[in-house]
Design a binder for this molecule. Sequence first.
Ligand code: ADP
Ligand code: MG
Length: 205
Amino acid sequence: MGCMSNRPANDENTAAEGTDSAALAARTSNASAAKSAPTFAAATSACTAAARWSLAGRFDMQPIVETSTYLADEAATIAFAAQFAASVAAPCSVALIGDLGAGKTTFVRGVLRALGVTGAIKSPTYALVESYDTTKGEVHHLDAYRIESRDDFEARGGFEYFESPSIRFVEWPQRLDGAVNFDWTIRFDFEDAGRRVTVCKGLVA
Ligand code: ADP
Ligand code: MG
């Protein structure tokens, strides 16, 4: 299981997830070699501990910071995205937090390229969603920036993209007022000339 959902965890399936996490960590570190930061691999391992703290399947305690990585330039963002792409699996919902220009769309573009998308990749700011066939199935890239409310999102069919077991990335998830359960939050902050990316379990907005 690549993307661990917010299910209630008992000790048995927590242990099983730990095994998956170890395998994921091994795969990811092979791909990127020991010299680079074990960004997403560390996040998947840390998730085992996070799962034990879940309450009825919801991560409503203090945000647990899984990883924090400095990305010096756009190429570093793309490399980080490729690493994430290697570990993610449907069904999975990922919230992308960060100011305009922080790198959310760049990150999704990096994921899509890593998953074999060769055509044009447009920002979904106006269309609400752009969908792609990838090597890991359907990926929906949503941008809720122009959404006024949860009802507006519903009226525009936004929730339909969460019904089939796809991978979804959502920019500006704060606009949805908690109506979507997210597996991961990835936050981009401006830092010096680059960006700091922080990966957390659940929705941390
Ligand atoms: P958002 O979707 O968050 O509004 P975009 O991805 O559209 O942001 O734009 C991000 C901008 O920042 C792009 O111009 C991109 O080249 C640049 N960028 C992406 N990652 C980095 C980075 N790690 N360091 C510096 N610039 C970056
Ligand atoms: Mg964007």
